[in-house]
Every structure is written in structure tokens, then in C-alpha cells.
Design a protein around this ligand. Sequence first.
Ligand code: 5GP
Ligand code: MN
Length: 567
Amino acid sequence: MKRLNPDNCSVVIFHNQGEELQETLELLHKVFSDVIVKSRQDEVLAELDAQQAKDKRSTLLLIDAESCRMPSPDDCPDLLLTVVRLLMQNAIRNVVPIVCSSLDSPSFMVKCLEQGAADFVLKPLSQDVIKTLFLNVTRYQVKRIKEDSSAVETNKGQIWSKFKDRLKGVFLKEDRLSKLVADFYTPKPSVRRSSMASMLSDRKEYLKSQICSWDFLPLELDDKDLIQVVYMILDQVLCTFDQLDSLRVPSGDLYHFIFDICNSYHSANPYHNFRHAVDVLQAIYYFLCQIGALEPMCPEMGGKKEKVEHPLLQLLEPLDIFALLMASIGHDVGHPGVNNLFMVNTSTPLAILYNDRSVLESFHAMSFFHLLQQHCFSSLTDIRANPDYAIFRKIVVNSILATDMSMHDEYVQNIQEQAQRIKRQGIDLSDKAACEKDKILLCGALIKCADISNCARPFPLAKAWAKILAEEFFEQGDLEKELGMAVLPIHQRGKICLEDFQITFKKFVALKLFEAVSQVTSQMQFTVDAIYDNINQWEIMKTERASPLNHIQPAPDGTPARPRPGI
Ligand code: 5GP
Ligand code: MN
């Protein structure tokens, strides 16, 4: 390791407060030759990149906590969290984050260190403190090396040493998983974590009414709204059930978790982006309210009290409900915008890793669980800390895997059989294994409905989603064409009209599922009715398009009308 002294450290300061920085800067310049001040977080990240490109020097990053306004004053600075995440992913190296603040609170100081700060210093910085700041570089590197090497060596018994070499490969260290998921984590500078605190209560009320409506249209919401929607749903569930009180976390921690989920979706995908995830989460929330498993956050929505208790409801514990909601928001994380067949046909490393089976869904489930491990819900993912680990993981993983459409018919058949069996003989609560199987199937059925709930939304919404999905299919087709691969008709522009694309999917894929689920729980019947309505609407559009009048009717300006092009 290069011998350290202040000369081979640069200092980047994040500071955008009105208060005078001049004095501190003078002191810093006496010790360090390279001191840079940045007032915006994106500029800081760019500067850290630039510093690395220059040489292999270490960079001390001084984060002025007061420059990062957070949802609550004792929340960790969002810049710290972003930098620590980038360090863990090896996306940046040799950066040592230090928080400086005038908040003289031991719990805040400890929290910053726990979240990955190398040190915490009180403002104003004195000459003595500044002189020793560079020591953090050594301390931070030593800490990281120690963490790396201690991951597997926790148990040093005799049998362990016999197995050690064989188990080395399968005890994947967390940072290796981090590297796997790092590539799709793209911080979106447009939404600042601190900005959540400023959302007006009118806006929150509007979002609440949206959450409770089947007319929910996330296409009209921006990322900040979408994050707030997720927050409101998770927060409500955590606060409703006493059984979940150990999972209640400070609001800032919950926001950070949701921000990182948002950042783990590719916004360049027309369809499989954070909006779709929030849409699926809202659909699940709506279904759970309809079937009486949740009390809606808007009393006017009705729900729990008016509904007759369904036998399956007795199976859903609060943690199961929470797991299903979590699975919904995480079910497509890191989606690349191309489908499983593409992953297999191009023999991507992910397809090799998962043996061509549910490649994307396996990847989403793995990545999402990894995200959970890194946040305030990490206790849920720790087999030693959480007695309900097994069932929580089972619901999250199985529900995400259930969204693989290649298993659709198998699921539909299982749901139909479940409906008939329950009608015939009810549920035997003493048969724990059977109950768990039923519960997993119910969660799979609900998330499947939520995943393709677009086609059961009111027609204008269903149409908007259909166009977006078609665009994603076409973009995959464009790519396949460029790669010289075979392209399916639904991926070719202008080949199949939007009406046929939708009518076929609804009649032959979606209806079977929604009808089966409505057999299990009649409160879902409204989705079947909506799909029939939408099929009618698409049929009408198709007839209008095919009508000879459409071809010969002159346009108002007298020029002959042309047949409308395909999608
Ligand atoms: P996801 O990939 O979002 O987990 O699962 C949903 C899949 O269902 C989509 O990728 C898509 O293939 C299919 N899907 C959802 N809605 C529609 C639709 O309206 N039409 C068609 N053809 N497929 C749909
Ligand atoms: Mn999906």
C-alpha cells in the first residue's frame, strides 16, 4: 500500500449552505494541496470520477450534512448513502466519505458511521481535526479489507476446516452479488432524496385517492410521486398490523430503500420500468383491499368491513401480506427491456447462470433480495435473526418467479383446481403443509393478475399501457433485426395491429387467469367484467378500422382518407 500522507490525498467538499466556508478552506489548504468545493451532488459524483481518472490517489469526501436536507433532520445525508453504495459496488474506489455537521447528537453520529461514513466531525473544523483527517484513508481501507476476509471465516471448528475449501466457492461473499447487481443501478439525479420532505399535503391526498382507485394511472406520475405512492402503501401496512411493529423503521430509512428500488429499474425501458412496478404494487394493494385482507387507506373505497370473510383469508398473516407487497415492487428490478427468449437465444451469462429457466425472474428475485439485505429490512433476510425468514423468502421468491409467463397455463390449471377443491371441501387449517401451499399459490395468482392488470384497467388506461408494451416489444425486434436474429411477428413494427395484439392476449391468456382467480375469490370478478368490456372496445376499434367507409371517406379538407396504419 502506498505510504500515506496528506499530500497524496485530495479533498472534495460538498457544501451549498450560505454559511462562510472561507476559514475552513484556508485551514484545509494548509494541509492538502488539492481542495475542491462542489455545491451539487451530481457535480460531486462527477468530480469523484474525475479524481480517479487522474491517478490512484485517495479522495477524502467531506459531506456537509446541512447541505443535504433530509426527510427528518437526523437522517443520514443522502450523498453519503449514494457514495457508500457506489463504493460497495466498486463503481468508485479510493473515496473516503466523512460527514461534517453542527448537529451534536451521538445517535446521529453513530448512524452516519453505521451507514458507512469513515468518520464524523463537528463543525467548525479545527486545525487539529483537519491535520488528522487523512488518517481515515488508512483506517477505512483496513476496515474494508478486514470485512472482505472475514465473510467466510466465521466458524473455525474442525469440521469447518475440512469443508472450508469446498465451501469457499458457494459462500458467495455479498460484494460479489453486489457486483452482479451494480450494473443496473443508475442513480436518477432528477429526484433528490431530500426533496421528499417538501411534498405538499394536497399532493399526498391526491396520491392517496389514486392508490384507492382502479383508475390508477402511474403514467401521469413522476418519480417523486411514484416513490411517495410506494411509501404510503408500505407505511400503512407496517403501521396497521401489530405483528409488524418490529419492522417499523424511521421514515428516512424507508425512503432510502424505495429510492434504491427506483434506481434499480431502467427508466429507458418503455414498459418494464419503475412505473410498471408501482402499477403492479397498486394493483396488489387494490386486490388485497377488495378481498378484505387490507383496510383501504381511503374509507370511501369500502373494503374490509363489508366483505364476507373468505376461507383463504385466514391463511394470510400480516407478514405474508407485506411479503407480497414487497415482491410486487421488486418483481422486475433490473429488467433489461428484452424477454427471456432473447436472453436464452443470445446465451447471455444470466441465461447460463440460471440454466435458461425463468432467467429474468430468477434475476429479479435474486437482485431484489440483495437490495433488501442492504437496507432497513435486512433483518427479514437473515436466517438467524428472523424466525419467519423461511416463509417471507418463500413468498417473495415464489411470487416473483410466478410472473414468468411461460408457466402461465400451469398456474391457471393449479388455480382452477384450488377453486374447485375449496368449494368442495373448504380449507383444513390443521394441515399446515397444505395451507402453506395454498397460500403460496394464492400469492402467485394475485401477483400474476397484478402483473398483467393493464388489460383489466378502464379502457383508456389499458390502451395507453398496450401502446407502451408494444413499443418495448418493437425495440426488442429492432435489436434482433440488427443482430440478424429471427424476429417474432409481435416484435415487428407494423406487422400486427394493436387491436389484434390485445384481443388475442386477453381472450387466450388473460381471461383464463382472471376467471380462475375469480372462482377462488369472487371479489375479483370486477376484473373479468373489465376485460370483457375492453375486448368489446378493441373489437369496435378493429371493426371501425376495417370498415370500407374508413378507407374511402374523404378527410375534411377533401383529400381521400388513408387506411390507418398498424401500430
Ligand atoms: P413481466 O415481464 O412484466 O413480469 O410479465 C408480464 C408479461 O406479460 C410481459 O412481459 C408481456 O410479455 C406479457 N403481457 C402483459 N400485458 C400484455 C398484453 O397486454 N399483451 C401481451 N401480448 N402481453 C402482455
Ligand atoms: Mn412485471
